[in-house]
Design a protein around this ligand. Sequence first.
Ligand code: ADE
Length: 348
Amino acid sequence: MKKTNIKNLLLWYRVNKRDLPWRHTKDSYKIWISETMLQQTRVETVIPYYQRFLACLPTISSLAKINEDDLLKLWEGLGYYSRARNLQKAAKILDRDGLDFLPPIKEELQALPGVGPYTVGAILSIAYDIPEPAIDGNVMRVLSRIYEEKEDILKPKIREKYRLILQDLMKNEKASDFTQSFIELGALVCTRNPSCDVCPLKSCCKAYQHQTVSLYPMKKVKKEKPVFQKTAFIFTYKNLYMIHKREDEGLLANLYEIPNVDSFFTVDEAQEYLQTKHIIYESIQEIGEVKHIFSHQIWIIKVYFVSLQEKIRHELFVSSKEIQEKYSLPTVFQKVWNLQKEKNQKLF
Ligand code: ADE
């Protein structure tokens, strides 16, 4: 890739870029939030979350001060909740130091919780126009095709090789446009099913020239995700529903869940289980199954709806409205909850 290719790419970007909310700001806090949300999550999904998050938490100090349950509620549905917790940890550090912006200094950014090399590059280049590359999966896909990269693009060594290449190419260019032009090309043109005809980099793309685009990025053989079977119980008592706060550690830590156990129960087994727990109920009904794919595992959950004769002691029972508005149920349990709603709509 040469400087002239970069000129073409920047020209293309200025004409074709999407009008996205975080492209109307240079505020390092807002860019940090958008770039954190955009890791692992699609642009269309992020937009409403980004707007709501910043409406509630317009400054670093407001993020530092919000209570964790409310923060997780704002994040509910985005997944990878450690991103939200790390944002708050970092905000607390910045707030303690009296900063209401992200420092424009690589070493200081790197030291913040949850801020990896991609986010450092994104904040420095997009908010401050400092020539530090931001390389995510989209950008690596573009580069792997341009250079016909044979190695696994997830290897840090390979990322570093391209970081140096990009850093050299971005000198004397507007860093914010440079970074986002690669991201945008990866999102709109150099996709899994690319539109090479309209690509501003086709003249320097080795894979395009050799008609090998579909081979890149080279795939590692993926490990199969383990499947876990579970049974969830929607316990209801007088229009209230039981939810339970998960433990402090591991998957979905500190979020709320619909009570569940780690095996797949037949109705008989479910009844037996309720008896051993001394749970007194009026009726139990199987209402279906839910499947949820996490990044490293799959859950298949059989769901029972259980009308109780009395509340289960020491447990939290809340209304349907509170589940929607107050408590953060991760997507997997939203799916369980929605099954119940569908069933009730059919009944009444
Ligand atoms: N994905 C990651 N960063 C992005 C950005 N700034 N614009 C669009 N998509 C992105």
